[in-house]
Design a protein around this ligand. Structure first.
Ligand code: ACO
Length: 428
């Protein structure tokens, strides 16, 4: 492999160094391009060919369907780890020792009380407000309740901010759901593990003791792990770019939640379920919807299919498909929605349109089915994704600040009007 790239523009030739990652991915380092070429830039809408940073957190190979956090295979983590261990590894670099994990968990628990005044903010939202909007606002509001900005050069301050948000975020998630359901805004219990505590906060009824179903707890643990990081996706890039202006951690996370909300990103899990419901209501004719998805004059897309980087299979979808089956079997749920999902998957896997474009089911094709079986309302699905993604966002924000990355500020090619004279209103 050469170590420089040459660019020829007219009679001028320029050289740029190649940068190699630890998995042999290669990038052309164009930092000097603008200066050397008298103002030329690259243009790459959607950043399909643009690396925004160097990162040591998550590796994925979209062609081979590989996903690893800090070098650990997603399959191993989903099978053997607790979400909190994975969160620790993402944020601090290695799986924790027993002592590190205990301390991390204890510190999170002692930070899991949210100021009572936050309840007044929740009360001000209409009941039909989308919980992603509520969560983004509440995360931003946490800044007002915790105003001191983090000195990123202090390991202790960074750690304190991390355990604070890891403790409070699940409370906000549970409250966003309970507000919609008219349930009292409760707290968890310090005696429970991180995931069991989330379940208690979300599902506990005011008149009975909550006991978590172990199959559901295991599936939720898996789902949170599978969603915990995914390198420089839309919401993570948002968190990094907002944080690059030295905006605080909570403010950056709030922006990430908004980015995740969209149906082309985290909002896809809600969109998948709504699509499957609509197909069921319409008689369950999957072929009709396959045809719509392929029709270029129809804006309909098969939600839960395709991925910007996975062009063979999404390894998270492989794991989650099995988990969905286990949960439905254990709970004895016969869900016609699942039959429709299986039908669509089979048809798409054998259809040249989908095969040629390498469109396969992504993680969100099956996650909604599990959330539904757990009794989580459809509008909360993307919130559950955010709950899983929290440690990834934190890790990426922390890395960006520790690497002292410059403020994110892309350029553009201007295509508007050239200079023109101002004309007063009466003369227009
Ligand atoms: N249904 C039908 N056709 C599709 C779909 C789909 N779900 N996805 C892509 N295509 C087609 C496009 O129309 C395009 O066809 P063309 O080449 O004939 O013009 C081709 O496949 C490539 O599509 P792009 O939009 O260019 O692919 P891109 O990488 O930009 O988009 C994305 C990826 C946004 C995920 C897209 O596949 C999509 O919209 N999928 C549905 C939404 C979804 O499930 N999002 C969740 C992503 S996973 C996550 O965020 C956790």
């Amino acid at each position: 492999m050469p170590d420089i790239a040459k660019l020829q523009i007219g009679d001028n030739s320029y050289e740029f160094p190649l940068v190699k990652g630890s998995e042999n991915e290669v990038a052309i380092d164009i930092k000097t391009l603008r200066g050397a070429t008298n103002g030329m830039i690259t243009i790459d809408p959607g950043y399909k060919n643009t690396g925004s940073c160097k990162s040591a957190i998550t590796f994925l190979d979209g062609e081979k369907g590989i996903l690893r956090y800090r070098g650990y295979a997603i399959e191993d983590l989903a099978e053997k780890a607790d979400f909190l261990e994975v969160a620790y590894a993402l944020i601090f670099g290695d799986l924790p020792t027993k002592e590190q994990l205990e301390k991390f968990h204890a510190d999170i628990k002692s930070n899991s009380i949210v100021d009572e005044d936050v309840k007044k903010i929740i009360d001000a939202f209409p009941k039909n407000a989308h919980p992603m909007g509520v969560l983004s606002s509440l995360t931003s509001a946490l800044v007002a309740f915790n105003p001191s900005s983090v000195n990123v050069d202090s390991e202790e301050e960074m750690y304190n901010a991390i355990v604070k948000i890891m403790g409070k975020f699940p409370v906000l998630v549970a409250w966003a759901m309970r507000k919609k359901q008219g349930l009292p805004l409760n707290y968890g219990s310090k005696s429970l593990g991180y995931v069991a505590n989330i379940m208690k906060m979300m599902f506990e009824q005011p008149n009975e003791e909550y006991v978590a179903n172990p199959v559901i707890k295991d599936a939720l643990n898996k789902l949170l792990i599978l969603h915990a990081d995914h390198e420089q996706n839309c919401s993570t890039s948002t968190v990094r770019i907002v944080g690059s202006s030295h905006a605080g951690l909570f403010a950056s996370l709030s922006a990430g939640i908004s980015a995740l909300w969209g149906p082309l990103h985290g909002g896809a899990n809600q969109a998948v379920l709504e699509m499957l419901e609509a197909i069921k209501e319409d008689g369950g004719d999957t072929k009709k919807y396959m045809a719509k998805a392929k029709d270029k004059n129809d804006p309909f897309r098969l939600m839960g299919f395709g991925h910007r980087v996975y062009k063979n299979f999404d390894p998270r979808a492989t794991i989650i498909k099995v988990a969905a089956h286990e949960v439905l079997q254990d709970l004895g749920i016969e869900d016609p929605i699942l039959d429709i999902a299986r039908g669509l998957e089979q048809e798409a896997l054998n259809d040249p349109y989908f095969v040629d474009r390498k469109l396969y089911p992504n993680v969100d094709f099956y996650s909604g089915i599990i959330y539904r079986a757990m009794g989580i309302p459809v509008e909360m699905f993307t919130v559950m994704f955010a709950l899983g993604r929290l440690p990834g966002w934190i890790a990426q924000w922390k890395e960006m600040r520790e690497n002292k990355e410059p403020i994110g500020r892309p350029r553009q090619i201007y295509t508007g009007e050239n200079s023109r004279d101002f004309v007063t209103a009466e003369n227009r």
